[in-house]
Design a protein around this ligand. Structure first.
Ligand SMILES: NC(=O)C1=CN([C@@H]2O[C@H](COP(=O)(O)OP(=O)(O)OC[C@H]3O[C@@H](n4cnc5c(N)ncnc54)[C@H](O)[C@@H]3O)[C@@H](O)[C@H]2O)C=CC1
Ligand SMILES: O=C(O)CCC(=O)C(=O)O
Length: 414
């Protein structure tokens, strides 16, 4: 039988197992197995050559029993309805794991911003906000950056929403530039969170970060900051990649040089001749492997060839259910996405809090609060996994889904 690569149905399976283990009945699963709301929109955009192109976009809101929904917007050619639904469910879990007063949401537009001009990207970003405006807002659903979206795009989206609202609404979106109410540290928060869980996981496995060999797939927001943090902690980053290929140097790559040369879409390998493939990168001999790009990268096909002793998922959904089973059976410590990548939404929450109170924190304050949240989250999930003798993903789902299930029950929804 071929492997299930459908992120949405495989997420449903783990949510069901987590709810069963927590003692909830089938009615709770019926509520949580799908987003409460899923909006599909068509966005007409005037292109630079005078033609009009119509893009398809989505916004999914998984569950708002706890509070407003929260999650990024992805601009990528492979965005699909099922992907956005799964991503919104993972946001519910992340917010539960780091204890934020949100439910999960997520958005996406099928497009390739690498092939578009800045003007076209701006018109698409503004069009997306107009199209989803009725269901989003600072107390309803708060977007943020994700793959191929960034602080500039958040700024255009915030400006468009503020114009419609006839009010300056910085709390409508997070991941904004600092001058528009962004938070210190949001740009590197995902990577900082991943770094914290890598340190915790390494302690469990007796691995010294100093000198540890690290491989990172993806050199965008999450991957590039992570490479820098690992390098600064004394680790040897021996492999990195982007959508076009990968670089490998067993002696350690020159991360500062690569950071300097990468473009705004996280592309750098095109500048080099001696590249390897993403597939080869994942199978490199290393201590810590961090998929930080896209989904379905570690599958039943390559899970047996992974040589790392710790795999930390900075990306959403990089490991399939079958591969999770194989890695766990092989004794590899897998730190799942909903835990490992929760640093981004955590600092997004801090940004929203600062926007609401109109008073801004220092970088140290943000970092201290992020550290506390991530360490507590790791401990919670790790303890659940070890005491119940289950894998880290199922443990993370149990920790993550509990609050939304409880809030839904108290509200009388189930
Ligand atoms: N930016 C954030 O705050 C957060 C990001 N994430 C997740 O981290 C992952 C990466 O996101 P960002 O770094 O923000 O995106 P980004 O757009 O800044 O960078 C994406 C990177 O992945 C590479 N990539 C794209 N398609 C690829 C492919 N087919 N094969 C290999 N590499 C490919 C790109 O070349 C680029 O280096 C995604 O799964 C995202 O959902 C998770 C939590 C928060
Ligand atoms: O920062 C946020 O609100 C959401 C980040 C996100 O989309 C994610 O964690 O996948």
């Amino acid at each position: 039988m071929s492997e299930n690569l459908n992120l949405f149905t495989s997420t449903q399976d783990v949510i069901q197992e987590a709810l069963n283990k927590l003692g909830y009945d089938e009615a709770m699963y019926e509520l949580l197995k799908e987003p409460l709301r899923m909006l599909q929109v068509r966005i007409p955009v005037k292109m630079d050559d005078g033609t009009t192109k119509v893009f398809t976009g989505y916004r999914a809101q998984h569950n708002d029993a706890v509070g407003p929904t929260k999650g990024g917007v992805r601009f990528h050619p492979q965005v699909s309805e099922e992907e956005v639904k799964a991503l919104s469910m993972w946001m519910t879990l992340k917010c539960g794991i780091v204890d934020l007063p949100y439910g999960g949401g997520k958005g996406g537009v099928i497009c390739d911003p690498r092939q578009m001009s800045m003007g076209e990207i701006e018109r698409l970003s503004r069009g997306y906000v107009r199209a989803v405006s009725q269901i989003v807002g600072p107390t309803k659903d708060i977007p943020a950056p994700d793959v191929f979206t960034n602080a500039q795009i958040m700024a255009w989206m915030m400006d468009e929403y503020s114009r419609m609202d006839e009010f300056n609404s910085p709390g409508f979106i997070t991941g904004k530039p600092l001058v528009l109410g962004g938070s210190q540290g949001r740009d590197r928060a995902t990577a900082q969170g991943v770094t914290i869980v890598i340190e915790e996981a390494a302690k469990k496995r007796g691995i010294d970060i100093k000198g540890a060999r690290v491989v990172i797939q993806g050199f965008g927001n999450a991957g590039s900051f992570l490479a820098k943090f690992m390098h600064d902690l004394g680790a040897k980053v021996i492999g990195i990649s982007d959508a076009y290929g990968a670089l490998h140097d067993p002696e350690g790559l020159d991360i500062d040089y690569l950071l300097d040369r990468r473009d705004s879409f996280g592309t750098v390998t095109t500048l080099f001749e001696n590249t390897i493939s993403n597939k080869e990168l994942l199978e490199l001999d290393c201590d810590i492997l961090v998929p930080a790009a896209i989904e379905n990268q570690i599958t039943a096909d390559n899970a047996h060839h992974i040589k790392a002793s710790i795999v930390v998922e900075a990306a959403n959904g990089p490991t399939t259910a079958e591969a999770t089973k194989i890695l766990t059976e092989r004794g590899i410590l897998l730190v799942p996405d909903v835990l490992a990548s929760a640093g981004g939404v955590t600092v997004s929450y801090f940004e929203w809090v600062q926007n609401n109170q109109g008073y801004y924190w220092t970088e140290e304050e943000v970092e201290e609060r992020l550290y506390k949240k991530m360490v507590e989250a790791f401990d919670n999930v790790y303890t659940t996994a070890t005491t119940r003798n289950i894998n880290m993903r199922l443990a993370a789902y149990m920790v993550g889904v509990r609050r939304t299930a409880e809030a839904s029950r108290f509200r009388g929804w189930v």
